[in-house]
Design a protein around this ligand. Sequence first.
Ligand SMILES: NC(=O)c1ccc[n+]([C@@H]2O[C@H](COP(=O)([O-])OP(=O)(O)OC[C@H]3O[C@@H](n4cnc5c(N)ncnc54)[C@H](OP(=O)(O)O)[C@@H]3O)[C@@H](O)[C@H]2O)c1
Length: 275
Amino acid sequence: MAEARAVLVTGSTGGIGRATVGLLRRRDFIVYAGARRRADFGPGVHVVPLDVTNPESVAAAAKRVAAEVDRLWAVINNAGVIVQGPLELIPVDEWRRQLEVNTLGPASVIREFLPLLRPGGRIVNVGAPTGRVAMPLLAALSASKAGLEAMSNALRLELAPWKIPVVLIEPGTTRTEIFARAGAAADAAMQHADPARVRLYRAHLTAYEKAMARFEPGPVDKVAEAIVRAVEARRPKRRYAVAEARMLGGILPKLPAGLRDRILTNAVGLNGIEP
Ligand SMILES: NC(=O)c1ccc[n+]([C@@H]2O[C@H](COP(=O)([O-])OP(=O)(O)OC[C@H]3O[C@@H](n4cnc5c(N)ncnc54)[C@H](OP(=O)(O)O)[C@@H]3O)[C@@H](O)[C@H]2O)c1
């Protein structure tokens, strides 16, 4: 059995996942890269088929890794999607997909991989500022990341007897395909929505698009560096916030609710919308 430090990264084919895999490899970790599709990361990276929403896939991935190493240094729950749009227009299947990938998926991965983590591993969950500050038109995403945050906080206490740290990473807006994918999924879902109900939200949707266009996304490297800091720290912090996530998650939750609501309404451009 190999003894070098081995880590699992889920969602390794995406922007943050790929950057994290590359950085971990450069830091001499043996990397198990969970992927739903074919991928090649070069030497030292083992691609493991892994769909986090499929319990059989998760169990098979854990079995495969356990056959090759007797312990894992870290599991990094990075796979994620954004389901966006007004709650009234999001089909229930899309809500289910959001929660299954972002919340239930990590729970399932953690459950299956815990035996490999018990000898001294750690769990690193990639959350989002929406886990602490729910955003309008991102109710599904916010619920999924708040769920991930709550789970991480509860799990940290449950696993304390084994000294297994549970860390949350909060990226700021980061340049990846996640937004284009979310837009395409929302457009597809909207095709099936009642046009009269879609019309009710025209101004919301236009304002949201404008607000998103104002964001200047940051590089994936900053997030990958934060993840690797959490993986390597002797005593990792509970949370690593990157870029504007520090302000969003650190300050907004402490404001009076009325003021916070006004700031978020203005930020997304929903102020002044009449029915
Ligand atoms: N980008 C941002 O601004 C931002 C901000 C805050 C938080 N985050 C979080 O950062 C993480 C990574 O996001 P990203 O921006 O790198 O997005 P991305 O480029 O779209 O990558 C998402 C990754 O998740 C994988 N994935 C989706 N569904 C999956 C499933 N059922 N099973 C396994 N893997 C699945 C995708 O695989 P496929 O390639 O097969 O689809 C892809 O590898 C997510 O948790 C996201 O919520 C991102």
